[in-house]
Design a protein around this ligand. Structure first.
Ligand SMILES: [Zn+2]
Length: 269
């Protein structure tokens, strides 16, 4: 919220630099006032992932240097990823979570160094739509990026994962047609993820994108639905944006000139 024009400029500089193949290799510093931790660090673009650019680009050891909370996927689209407290959890197609190897690579991920700017308690949330309405109240600026952590007791959670793909990689919408889904009842766990502004639609998902991990860290996935008895919501305003683009052939060949709105709907629900 401080000096938005500066951060927009930073966003475009990093974005344009990355497009030109000269992305800054150092951790971007977002200046003196907001602190360098308020940077959303993203690997690749959602459009590229949707078009099947599934080859891992950045190792999880590298990724977790850039942020301790976030979401993503794995080389070959081998499951849904949750980064929590600096550890990476991989929810494979059987719904079970394992801690991922730091040398593994991600084709798409978003992380930030999470420091809560605000915390609120919620109770009796009947569904995901109501949860989002409550989270909306914590977003004063629709042109900003926000990171979320929701630690709660859930009456119900529904997630999905995706099975590892072989080359030639099919588009994400093909994969999610037969996505395995999982249901949890009376479970403690954590939702992690982001809210992205509408202008980010060419590189990420506008609105909410949340993943779930059970408190025992043994299961989870990409969140499809939930109802929450009670929980603590922490939100971190993220004023900087740093994007790393894949250097592989496949990324060089896909057409990223238009946002696939309908396809996004299909793959996120
Ligand atoms: Zn997801």
């Amino acid at each position: 919220m401080k000096k938005p024009s500066f951060y927009m400029l930073l966003f475009f500089l990093v974005f344009c630099g990355a497009l030109a193949g000269c992305a800054a290799s150092s951790t971007s510093s977002s200046g003196s006032d907001a602190g360098s931790d308020d940077v959303l660090y993203q690997v690749s673009t959602l459009n590229a992932l949707m078009q099947g650019v599934y080859d891992g680009e950045i190792t999880f050891d590298q990724l977790t240097k850039e942020g301790d909370l976030g979401i993503g996927t794995f080389d070959g689209l081998d499951g849904e990823g949750i980064v929590l407290d600096g550890k990476v959890y991989q929810v494979r197609a059987d719904g079970k979570a394992v801690q991922a190897d730091g040398s593994g690579k991600t084709p798409f991920a978003v992380v930030t160094d999470f420091e809560a700017d605000e915390q609120v308690q919620l109770s009796n949330i009947n569904d995901l739509s109501q949860l989002q309405t409550e989270l909306d109240k914590l977003l004063p600026n629709p042109n900003m990026f926000y990171a979320f952590k929701v630690e709660g007791t859930f009456k119900y959670v529904k997630t999905r994962s995706v099975p590892k793909q072989n080359k030639p990689y099919p588009p994400l919408a093909e994969v999610t047609k037969t996505q395995p889904t999982f249901e949890f009842h009376d479970v403690k766990g954590t939702l992690v993820g982001f809210w992205c502004p509408s202008f980010a639609r060419d590189v990420n998902l506008p609105g909410y994108h949340l993943h779930f991990l059970t408190a025992d860290r043994e299961a989870g996935g990409h969140l499809l639905e939930c109802s929450m008895e009670e929980g603590t919501v922490s939100v971190d305003t993220t004023t900087g944006f740093h994007m790393i683009l894949p250097q592989n052939e496949h990324f060089a060949q896909v057409d990223l000139g238009h946002t696939q709105e309908e396809e996004i709907e299909k793959v996120e629900q």
